[in-house]
Design a protein around this ligand. Structure first.
Ligand code: FPP
Length: 239
């Protein structure tokens, strides 16, 4: 098991600091987002090299719709460009792309691009890249509770049968294990509505580096930090 080798099976990243990176250079915020694409490539390369099986990236939160329209539009365009341009390399690396979040709010163009990359990479077995798009944890949990309530209303499930696994299986993340390590760049130390249920036993790592400056070396550092952590899952070591 990868746990014994002290390699996290699932790493999740809150890619923060694009705006600050741009502002520090007198650039538009959108340029910071564009500069955030290379660190995505670097993280993927490093994750594959370490044998990480799942990489979740928080790319667009439900709250991000509240940003200026020009920034939202630029991000949508960037997502579309990326999924088209990066497809050959993702396929070559054996990366399977999946999504969490509510995609129905995206334009038809974005939805089509997302479905296309999922279809093209469906047979990837090296690593699953999970993009959190129009995602927030509270919204995900609310939708999960609605699904469960529906099953109860139709008589398929009795209220007393509801357990933690019922909720886990109703979440967008049902197919995958919980993250072992959550990284947030830019020095901010909060989860900002990201994988709140799934983060219960995750190790957290908050490097100061802004996302556009995140390199393979930074990813290696996160893995090294994880290897030093003593994960007990509420138990007593050695018992
Ligand atoms: C947060 O930084 C970043 C985002 C909201 C967008 C993340 C998108 C990318 C890195 C583009 C490439 C991604 C993929 C998956 C192709 P911020 O704007 O909140 O930074 P700030 O806190 O400094 O303002």
């Amino acid at each position: 098991m990868s746990e014994q080798k002290r390699i996290p099976q699932h790493v999740a990243i809150i890619m923060d600091g694009n705006g600050r990176w741009a502002e520090l250079r007198g650039k538009e915020r959108c340029e910071g987002h564009a500069a955030g694409v290379e660190p995505v490539r670097a993280s993927l390369r490093a994750a594959v090299r370490h044998g990480v099986k799942f990489l979740t990236l928080y790319a667009f939160s439900t709250e991000n719709w509240g940003r200026p329209a020009a920034e939202v539009d630029a991000l949508m365009e960037l997502f579309c460009q990326c999924v088209v341009n990066e497809a050959p390399e993702l396929i070559r690396q054996g990366v399977r792309v999946c999504m969490i979040g509510e995609r129905s709010r995206f334009s038809e163009k974005v939805q089509k691009a997302l479905s296309e990359i999922e279809r093209q990479t469906a047979s990837g077995e090296t690593l699953t890249l999970i993009l959190a798009l129009n995602y927030s944890s509270r919204s995900e949990i609310t939708r999960a509770v609605q699904r469960i309530a529906h099953r109860v209303a139709t008589g398929e499930l009795a209220p007393e049968q509801i357990c933690e696994e019922t909720l886990s299986q109703a979440l967008d993340t049902a197919p995958w294990p919980d993250p072992d390590l959550i990284v947030r760049t830019s020095g901010e130390q909060r989860l900002s509505n990201f994988l709140l249920w799934q983060a219960s036993y995750a190790e957290l790592w908050f490097p100061e580096v802004l996302w556009p400056d995140f390199t393979e070396k930074e990813f290696d550092r996160a893995i090294e930090e994880y290897a030093r952590r003593d994960r007990r899952f509420g138990l007593v070591k050695g018992k």
